[in-house]
Design a binder for this molecule. Structure first.
Ligand code: MLT
Length: 251
């Protein structure tokens, strides 16, 4: 049966992160790429702390609206935190997980403090400043050199997000628990993808998730940084396509 592939964007991004991926994989799956609450064109109300659990609940509601019970749930970075929150609450709805450039652990104290500062900055100085500050760590040096247009597009995507949403998601990420046990207990296959040059999620974070999950494979994309699907689309899409093929052979 044709799977549903629900792809969740990262912070502070929107669904356009997945435009190329949705176009590329549409022949293989029903691909859904929502804007998370408060991001992109989504104008739902955002509480002062936007928890990963609330975002996961929104995804469950979206699947309900579409009449989809089980799906392959994928997420990049913050999207991966949301995918893990979804898997914790609705494991039976997870056909498989695709965890991209993310981690299952909680934030250490210093990162939590930095998130509070980010939330403050969003309101006082605006999201363009946050976008500018994040850029050096989002794309690999080779991507920045070879594809300056991509860097411009990514920065603009982040700069246009609303301050209240950016602040609330930063605080929501800070409050998320360690969800490594979710991976340990999950009875579904897991694909972990990361970029070999991802400075925000260095390789050991992906290796730890692979070791924790009962049924996981890890693909490290050469030349990619944190936004592996945008930076090295061919290798990224091949990895997801191979995984979907593997899933369909197993069912
Ligand atoms: C993201 O890309 O979603 C963020 O880098 C995640 C984070 O800040 O932990």
């Amino acid at each position: 049966m044709r799977p549903t592939l629900l792809l969740v964007h990262g912070f502070p991004q929107d669904a356009t992160l997945w435009d190329g991926t949705a176009a590329e994989l549409r022949d293989r799956a029903d691909v859904i790429t929502p804007d998370l609450r408060g991001f992109g064109s989504d104008d739902r109300e955002v509480p002062s702390v936007l928890s990963m659990d609330m975002l996961a609940r929104d995804l469950a509601d979206l699947l309900d609206q579409r009449g989809v019970h089980r799906a392959v749930i994928g997420g990049l970075s913050m999207g991966g935190y949301v995918a893990l929150a979804f898997a914790e609450r609705w494991p039976q709805r997870v056909q498989a997980l695709v965890l991209c450039n993310t981690r299952s652990t909680a934030d250490p104290d210093e990162v939590r403090q930095a998130r509070s500062a980010t939330a403050e900055t969003a309101f006082t100085k605006g999201t363009a400043l946050i976008a500018r500050g994040m850029m050096p760590k989002l794309l690999s040096a080779s991507t920045r050199r070879e594809r300056p247009g991509l860097a411009t597009r990514v920065e603009a995507m982040m700069a246009r997000q609303r301050p209240a949403s950016v602040a609330a998601a930063a605080l929501g990420m800070a409050a998320r628990p360690d969800r490594t046990a979710v991976l340990q207990g999950l009875q579904a296959p897991v694909l972990i993808i990361t970029g070999e040059a991802d400075e925000l999620m260095p390789l050991p974070t992906s290796e730890a998730m692979r070791a924790a999950a009962a049924d996981a494979r890890l693909v490290v994309i050469p030349g990619a940084g944190h936004l592996s699907n945008m930076e090295r689309p061919d290798a990224f899409h091949r990895a997801v396509r191979d995984f979907l093929n593997e899933l369909s052979r197993a069912t």
